[in-house]
Design a binder for this molecule. Structure first.
Ligand code: ATP
Length: 235
């Protein structure tokens, strides 16, 4: 579904991605783990067109999207939940969700999809008229994921969904991630510092260090890998 080949990205003269190649197949949950500054967020931002790739190619469903504008990439079915969530604080929960469906032409299905989201996240239904900025951190993360889902993405990109959340809420978010994947077949590419949970939920994973992929395997094998245990699982 998605192929990155030898991607190099820069911030000015600073090279953040050196040669990143990875594949995501339809229906998979793929995780990218790595230390702070390894280039995980930059990988997501490059593939959705926010940071330009200076070298290499990105294809999505066979189409070259390497130099495509971000809004065109969204229209193809790639939606990102950025790090730090970035919901609209002064808009209500419902208005935030409507922003996610902005590019859709099948307006008659939007209400049904919103009801489905309220089923996934009952707390959002309870707070549907409340400004997004008054929600707790966990609820804002649920809203950010839901807003992305309202665009009916084929590929959902999640950047650090557990950031700043209590362990119980994080667990709940990961259960929902698995459910979204299983129920609607949405393909998910997930960037996480919480390697333990991320590897448990992932079919396959990539380990990143200083702008390159250093290891790839199934989530299960990486959880059992001695180097991964030492470096990322604190064991
Ligand atoms: P974290 O988990 O801390 O977000 P990360 O693996 O997502 O880390 P990136 O945010 O992709 O890492 O950063 C990769 C490299 O690019 C780092 O060295 C970082 O300092 C640098 N970088 C990121 N954003 C910028 C920016 N806007 N300007 C300059 N350098 C940047």
């Amino acid at each position: 579904m998605l192929k990155l080949r030898n991607i190099q990205s820069f911030y000015g003269n600073i090279q953040a991605l050196k040669k990143v190649s990875l594949d995501v197949e339809e229906g998979e949950i793929i995780t990218l783990i790595g230390a702070n500054g390894a280039g995980k967020s930059t990988t997501l931002m490059t593939l959705c067109g926010i940071v330009p790739a200076r070298h290499g190619t990105i294809t999505f469903e066979g189409q070259d999207i390497t130099s495509m504008a971000p809004e065109k990439i969204v229209a193809l079915g790639i939606s990102q939940v950025p790090e730090g969530r970035r919901i609209f604080p002064y808009l209500s929960v419902t208005e935030n969700l409507n922003m996610g469906s902005f590019l859709r032409s099948d307006t008659h299905n939007i209400k049904k999809d919103m009801d489905h989201i309220f089923e996934l996240f009952p707390i959002l239904a309870e707070r549907r008229n409340q400004p997004g900025g008054t929600l707790s951190g966990g609820e804002q993360q649920m809203l950010a994921i839901s807003r992305a889902l309202m665009s009916k993405p084929k590929l959902l990109l999640l950047d650090e969904p557990s950031l700043g959340l209590a362990p119980l809420i994080t667990k709940r978010i990961f259960e929902i991630i698995r459910r979204i994947n299983q129920e609607s077949g949405t393909t998910i590419l997930l960037v996480e510092q919480n390697a333990n949970l991320a590897l448990k939920v992932a079919n396959r994973a990539y380990v990143m260090e200083t702008g390159t992929i250093t290891m790839t395997d199934t989530g299960k094998n990486l959880l059992a890998n001695e180097d991964v245990k030492k470096a990322y699982l604190g064991i």
